[in-house]
Design a protein around this ligand. Structure first.
Ligand code: KIV
Ligand code: NA
Length: 276
């Protein structure tokens, strides 16, 4: 089981083999996702929503991310680990961007980083790539700009927005990005972009014509038991399975069914007698 690298991405892309990606934020999850043969694990800043209980990705810090990227890389043997640069960690200066991306690689053991934006981050993408840090772009719905976009909605629906998206994707490719995530983009537009550019597109809410797909782990396994976006398919109902387990435990402790004799430890009768 050879390590997945940027060369693997290029090979799959050339062969028309779909690239699989899922998020993970901790060691046990990373082990499962890796063992399932998923090609890349994104330690997304969706960490904020999914695991830390924030209402958006904005509050997530570099230290939060490094902590979780470390846990993930300890659980992975084959998958490429992509670490998501959080809000404002790649905007202040080229130096600051390099230092933060460098922490993910050197301190936390990631193999690549991801960042949001198009032309406006192209120089940063080039600086990171020049320093030997593989970069995944992220266009369409970019949650770090939620306050600017004014809501979580499909991007690139009118001609101007669609053209901007196409140009931004090309800017990322030219700056050296080795893949680009397209989030909440109309299916035909994602198909056109995928055709137009030379690097793989990884879709989420972007239809079946992308070079690969990514979903949030907790969404696709049905952890929340609540609303999930239209583009999510639930492959399991873990909310139900977990609730069943938790409630059974509570009931069995309360009614004395757990622990049973098989869950306890015995001791020598003679020793016991002396205690009475
Ligand atoms: O943070 C994240 O999970 C992401 C994916 C949804 C692409 O950026
Ligand atoms: Na993200």
């Amino acid at each position: 089981n050879e390590r997945v690298t940027t060369a693997t991405f290029r090979k799959y892309h050339a062969e028309g083999k779909k690239i699989t990606m899922l998020t993970a934020y901790d060691y046990p999850t990373a082990r499962l996702v890796d063992a399932a043969g998923i090609d890349a694990i994104l330690v997304g800043d969706s960490l904020g929503n999914v695991v830390l209980g924030y209402g958006s990705t904005i509050p997530v810090t570099m230290d939060d991310m490094v902590h979780h990227v470390k846990a993930v890389t300890r659980g992975v043997q084959r998958a490429m680990v992509v670490a998501d640069l959080p809000f404002l960690s790649y905007h202040l200066s080229k130096e600051e961007s390099l230092r933060n991306a460098g922490r993910f690689m050197q301190e936390a053991g990631a193999q690549a980083v991801k960042l949001e934006g198009g032309r406006e981050v192209a120089e940063t993408v080039k600086a990171l790539t020049d320093a030997g840090i593989p970069v995944v772009g992220h266009l369409g719905l970019t949650p770090q700009s939620i306050n600017q976009m004014g809501g979580y909605k499909v991007q690139g629906k009118d001609e101007a927005a669609a053209r901007k998206l196409i140009e931004d994707t090309k800017a990322l490719e030219n700056a050296g990005a080795f893949a680009v995530v397209l989030e909440c983009v109309p299916t035909p537009l994602a198909a056109k972009i995928t055709e137009d550019i030379g690097i793989p597109t990884i879709g989420i809410g972007a239809g079946p014509h992308c070079s690969g797909q990514v979903l949030v782990y907790h969404d696709m396994l049905g952890f929340s038991g609540q609303f999930s976006p239209k583009f999510v398919k639930c492959y399991a109902n873990l909310h139900e399975a977990i609730m069943q387990g938790l409630q059974s435990y509570r009931e069995e402790v309360e009614n004395g069914a757990f622990p049973g004799p098989e869950h306890g430890f015995g001791m020598d009768e003679e020793v016991l007698k002396k205690l009475y």
